[in-house]
Design a protein around this ligand. Structure first.
Ligand code: IPM
Ligand code: MG
Length: 354
């Protein structure tokens, strides 16, 4: 078994170090795997002049699963779009066909008071956002900038979905719902967009294959409002690439901190890329303040979804819970009376709890 570690930029390397320490801690349960590290994002650009170097992509195709830190940083802002760190991430998703992005938002009992919402609104919350990841306005052509006849510059992108793309992500969502509460809410903008009208039709067709699961539809603006008004009405949220990008950041705040949220991006062969939902946080890079729990929980998802070791995934999740229960907090989730710790110590605590 080979795991590819793509630390990336900003706080990526610091949190990756902690995740890999947790991974090697699993040896005591008899679990062994080879870890290979490669650059991506800004680090890929610095090393090879490409945010997704061919060497990195080759290793990615050749490994059982991929763990990613984060990409991006202000020093790369002036680069042309195709050389920017984000392109490394978007291209690896596309190249490996990682179309199903699972973003669970779980409110940890211990962190209820770190949320900007009332504890009563988020207590017990457990929502799974299933975001389509390789289509939509992120990848649709044509796109670009041009000059109109009157000499004005205009920018344009194309929102586009084929029915096969909608059907396969819908199936993923329904299958996940069958292991949860048998409820899917599909989010679109079918009152305005043709892409969404097709999306809604295809999702309803696929729903017929899953008679035990109930399907509801919601416009994205309403969904954004309902998520903060009464998040408990949701279980599985199925949505496209761009709406999913926005709603998953919003959902992260329901849980207290974006620093706690893992994610999985899976293709049809079950190969997956696992990464925290948060970004590269250049403002705190190198200060030992980043929360390593999101990448550690991403590692747990990797064990569950790609390496068939649900038992080890549960051990990691329990270890994280016990560290939180004992009152240890990184700055993003700090509470009165807690023990404030840094990235490295938080990682060490999880290893010890394991
Ligand atoms: C995410 C990020 C990415 C996205 C960026 C970094 C390209 O925001 O994973 O949610 O928009 O998909
Ligand atoms: Mg995002």
């Amino acid at each position: 078994m080979k795991v590819l570690a793509l630390a990336g930029d900003g706080i990526g390397p610091e949190i990756m170090t902690q995740a890999l320490l947790v991974l090697s801690e699993l040896e005591k349960f008899g679990f062994k795997c080879k870890v290979v590290s490669m650059p991506i994002g800004g680090a890929g650009y610095d090393a090879y002049g490409d945010p997704l170097p061919a060497e990195t992509l080759k290793e990615a195709a050749d490994s059982s699963a991929i763990l990613l830190g984060a990409v991006g940083g202000p020093q790369y802002n002036a680069l042309p779009r195709e050389l920017r760190p984000e392109q490394g991430l978007l291209r690896i998703r596309k190249e490996l066909g990682l179309f199903a992005n699972l973003r669970p938002a779980v409110a940890h009992e211990e962190l209820l008071d770190s949320s900007s919402l009332k504890a009563s609104v988020i207590k017990g919350l457990d929502v799974m956002i299933v975001r389509e990841l390789t289509g939509d306005i992120y990848f649709g052509e044509p796109r670009g900038q041009r000059t109109t006849d009157s000499g004005e510059r205009e920018g344009f992108d194309t929102m586009l979905y084929r029915d096969s793309e909608v059907a396969r992500i819908a199936r993923s969502a329904f299958e996940i719902a069958q292991k949860r509460s048998f409820k899917v809410c599909s989010v679109d903008k079918a009152n305005v967009l043709d892409t969404s009208i097709l999306w809604r039709q295809v999702v309803s067709e696929v729903a017929k294959e899953f008679p035990a699961v109930s399907l509801s539809n919601m416009y994205v603006d309403n969904a954004a409002m309902q998520l903060v008004r009464d998040p408990h009405q949701f279980d599985v949220i199925l949505t496209g690439n761009m709406f999913g990008d926005i709603l998953s950041d919003q959902a992260s705040m329901l849980t207290g901190s974006i620093g706690m949220l893992p994610s999985a991006s899976i293709n049809t062969d079950g190969k997956g890329l696992y990464e925290p939902v948060h970004g590269s946080a250049p403002d705190i890079c190198g200060t030992d303040q980043a929360n390593p729990l999101a990448i550690i929980l991403s590692l747990a998802m990797m064990l569950r979804y790609s390496l068939e070791r649900d038992d080890l995934a549960k051990k990691i999740e329990l270890a994280v819970k016990s560290v939180l229960q004992r009152g240890y907090r990184t700055p993003d989730i700090k509470q009165v009376g807690c023990d404030l710790v840094g990235t490295r110590f938080m990682g060490q605590l999880v290893c010890e709890a394991l």
